[in-house]
Design a protein around this ligand. Structure first.
Ligand code: HEC
Length: 507
């Protein structure tokens, strides 16, 4: 069948189905549900706390000392001298270094005097500002700018707080905790990031609140993580505002129990400048909230205004062009729950794929909510408030708010994570490399299958590359040096990487 004929048929069918639906709707008054009072969400229960937990840091391990670092001194030297329980305070001034914390219970705190901050400046040369892999870590009050890789990144550290930092133009990720349990990310301002300003990866029990994120590709991203609340943030002028999704090919395969509430999500229409082939390069510029393959996501109380493509875009992996499906990932966005939000002027200049699907419902004009792909047991209240497409299978929710879920942070904190020596390679791989390398897909760097083929069992060669990477592929960003890892960890991660069985689930 030629194209014109196919299109004609689709439109004819759509007219039939759409007309029938319209006819049915005409006789039905919209159901109006008050979002004030009424039943509260009772799912997400295992770790759900109604208590007002506002810290992710348990009691300190020991009553430690306080070190003071002055301009001209090295912060890293203070970290090396510090013991668990210690606080390092950094006086205002410029510091140009990579700080790596690999012990527990260190509080690294900038001192702000007359508005002047302790500033980590990478001068466009250094890759990472602050990296840590300990438990019970606090990072607060810094200004971080001009790094090429990460502002603040962690791997496998439980119980952390990242607070009140200003992070401008730090490369690929602004704040990036990975494989952490129980973390609070609040009151940060993050801008100018080529992937995600705030990127929570493969983590659990996370609270992201009161941050401002802008001029980045993704504002706030909850990826392959569970039990996360994203609330009271201001996300504007990114390509996508807030995202909850599963990236296929990562060792952890699920995202669920995510509450996105009371955020201001405005004008996220900037051109997507992510590295070609990276997951976020697929975010259509002009998306307020994106839910892809994640389950049990509640969207409540947000103000979502001025997005070209859609206010809320919900899709499965099957409708995500360019992704390689992962047989161990359940690819649908199930149990998406949309409560009251204020949405206005969304979907006014959407992409062809969305427009074409909207036509099958005879929908033209603005689109606040767009849903495509199978989605089981999803629900919405007050759908009459929105311009929507694809919500035919969405039931009425039998609750109207999430008031009874205050936080998913854990009372008393999570058990500190102890990394046994035989886990070193795996943890470093999952915590660091998996942020940019997936098994079969290009994330930021080449796929593990390509690397395995290239290096064929030669772990030492990988160690020397990751110690001092050189630019190889013109269309990829540079890989940041992993020279802060000790030699033993470098070898362990190289060996681990070479032995990941391809096409398999959890290694
Ligand atoms: C911030 C993103 C990022 C992280 C984190 C990262 N890589 Fe990479 N990696 C890249 C990119 C981008 C390239 C491609 C660089 C190029 O071709 O110029 C690459 C390339 C490689 C290569 C192939 C080099 C070649 O000869 O073609 C190896 C091996 C590698 N990375 C190993 C690792 C290991 C091991 C880790 C974890 C310890 C890691 N990478 C962490 C982004 C990253």
């Amino acid at each position: 069948m030629n194209k014109a004929k196919t299109l004609g048929l689709i439109i004819a069918l759509a007219a039939f189905v759409g007309g029938w639906q319209l006819g049915a709707n005409l006789n039905e008054a919209p159901q109006i549900t008050s979002s004030v009072g009424g039943a509260s969400y009772s799912g997400g229960a295992e770790t759900n706390s109604a208590d007002s937990i506002n810290t992710a840091l348990p009691q300190r391990i020991a009553t430690g000392q306080t070190f003071t670092v002055n301009p001209g001194d090295s912060i890293q030297a203070a970290v090396e001298a510090a013991q668990p329980g210690d606080t390092i305070q950094v006086m205002p001034g410029i510091y140009s270094e990579t700080v790596y914390i690999d012990k527990d219970d260190i509080h690294l705190v900038g001192v702000i005097e007359a508005g002047e901050r302790a500033t980590l400046d990478g001068f466009g040369k250094l890759n990472d500002a602050i990296l840590y892999s300990g438990n019970n870590i606090l990072i607060a009050n810094f200004k971080i700018t001009r790094y090429k890789g990460n502002g603040i990144m962690s791997q496998a550290g439980n119980n952390f707080e990242i607070r009140n930092n200003i992070i401008i133009d730090t490369g690929i990720y602004g704040i990036f905790p990975q494989l952490g349990v129980n973390g609070l990310i609040e009151h940060n301002i993050v801008s100018g990031i080529a992937d995600a300003a705030i990127y929570v990866g493969m983590s659990d029990n996370i609270h992201v609140a009161h941050n401002e994120v802008f001029d980045s590709v993704a504002g706030i991203e909850i990826e392959n993580s569970r039990h996360a609340i994203v609330e009271n943030n201001y996300t504007h002028n990114n390509s996508g505002g807030i995202l909850a999704f599963i990236t296929p090919g990562l060792p952890i395969k699920t995202t669920y129990d995510v509450i996105i509430r009371n955020n201001f999500i405005l004008d996220n229409n900037i051109p997507n400048f992510a590295a070609p082939g990276s997951t976020v390069a697929g975010i259509p510029s002009g998306t307020g909230i994106l839910v892809m393959a994640a389950d049990d996501v509640i969207i409540e109380g947000n103000i979502i205004v001025n997005h070209k493509v859609a206010g809320i875009l919900i899709n499965d992996h099957g409708n995500a062009p360019g992704l390689t499906l992962d047989p161990d990932v359940e690819p649908n966005a199930d149990r998406v729950m949309i409560l009251d939000n204020v949405m206005h002027n969304n979907g006014y200049d959407t992409i062809d794929e969305v427009r074409a699907f909207a036509l099958t419902e005879l929908h033209t004009g603005d689109i606040d909510i767009f849903q495509i792909g199978p989605s089981q047991d999803s629900c919405i209240i007050n759908r009459h408030r929105y311009n929507h497409v694809g919500l035919g299978d969405f039931a009425e929710c039998d609750f109207s708010n999430t008031d009874s879920t205050h936080s998913y942070l854990l009372v008393g904190g999570a058990k500190p994570r102890v990394i046994a020596s035989e886990e070193r390679g795996e943890i470093a791989y999952m915590g660091i490399c998996a942020g940019c390398h997936a098994y079969d897909d290009v994330l930021i760097g080449p796929s593990i299958s390509d690397i395995q083929a290239m290096y064929a069992g030669n772990a030492e060669a990988i160690v020397s590359y990751i110690n001092a990477p050189v630019k190889i592929r013109p269309d990829y960003p540079e890989m940041p040096a992993q020279n802060y890892l000790d030699a033993e960890t470098q070898l362990a991660v190289a060996e681990y990487l070479l032995n990941i069985p391809l096409g398999q689930s959890q290694p």
